[in-house]
Ligand binder design. Structure first.
Ligand code: ADE
Length: 246
């Protein structure tokens, strides 16, 4: 199955961009995914091909018009019915590896890239569109966010990562950060590789990696750690138990 990405954008030249290189670029060449950028401006109706207007209530910047965006979305949905429609915006729900896996297992996505101050909210009321954020910072537009989302999906498509495993051991798949990595030289700037990794004792190595993943997650990502610990204290029946004081 080919994963089909339709991207609604004011900058179609930004696609496939970096996704035309490396792993994703090879997969694109092999037809494992297709990239179809669509110019939103083509759905404007006035002489100036306007896609934005001043914010109701006043304030800085411009807002993307619901009528123009709806025409672009409807056109994409007509051509690719049944795929999720996402809108990249800092007001969206944070993207997770679980959502990426879901998307990558499906037929593709229609991705609307926001620009300016934002998108007229009525678009989200009138069409089933999932707002997605890639993090708590502001980009100059949704295009970079769409590239990030697509990169995360494409590497999971069958046959794309090859021998580099299915990604099951990676950060977030277990709810923890991944353990730290080392390679040759055995000594660099006076620093050696942890002895256990050279022991050949696979059970010991496994235990060390788990301990490191837990420590690093607790220190660097207390939010993930909290969730991980919360999930662990659930009973087999699924009922929540009181977390022990430590
Ligand atoms: N557009 C601007 N900033 C963004 C973000 N953090 N995530 C998704 N889309 C965006």
């Amino acid at each position: 199955m080919t994963f089909a990405a339709t991207i609604l954008t004011l900058y179609p030249e930004m696609f496939p961009g970096p996704l035309g290189l490396s792993l994703a670029g090879r997969a694109l060449g092999e037809g494992k995914w297709v990239c179809d950028p669509v110019q939103i401006r083509d759905f404007a109706t006035d002489r100036h091909r306007s896609v934005d207007d001043t914010p109701a209530g006043g304030g800085a910047g411009m807002v993307m018009r619901a009528d123009v965006l709806a025409r672009a979305v409807d056109h994409a949905v007509d051509r690719q019915p049944g795929v999720p429609v996402l809108a990249m915006t800092p007001r969206g729900r944070p993207l997770t590896q679980a959502r990426v896996r879901d998307l990558a297992a499906g037929p593709g996505a229609i991705i609307l890239c926001g620009r300016f101050e934002g998108i007229d909210e009525r678009l989200f009321e009138a069409r089933p569109i999932e707002p997605v954020s890639i993090g708590d910072y502001i980009l100059s537009g949704g295009e970079m966010a769409a590239l990030v989302l697509l990169d995360a999906c494409i590497r999971l498509l069958p046959g794309v990562m090859g021998a580099a495993s299915s990604g099951d051991e990676e950060s977030f798949e277990s709810g923890l950060l991944e353990y730290p990595h080392y390679t040759r030289p055995a000594e660099w700037e006076g620093r050696t590789i942890p002895e256990v990794l050279r022991s050949g004792d696979h059970a010991k190595i496994e235990a060390w990696r788990t301990a490191m993943a837990e420590t690093d997650t607790r220190l660097r990502r207390p939010d993930l750690w909290e969730r991980h610990e919360g999930a662990r204290v659930q009973s087999p029946s699924g009922a929540r138990q009181q977390k022990k004081e430590r």
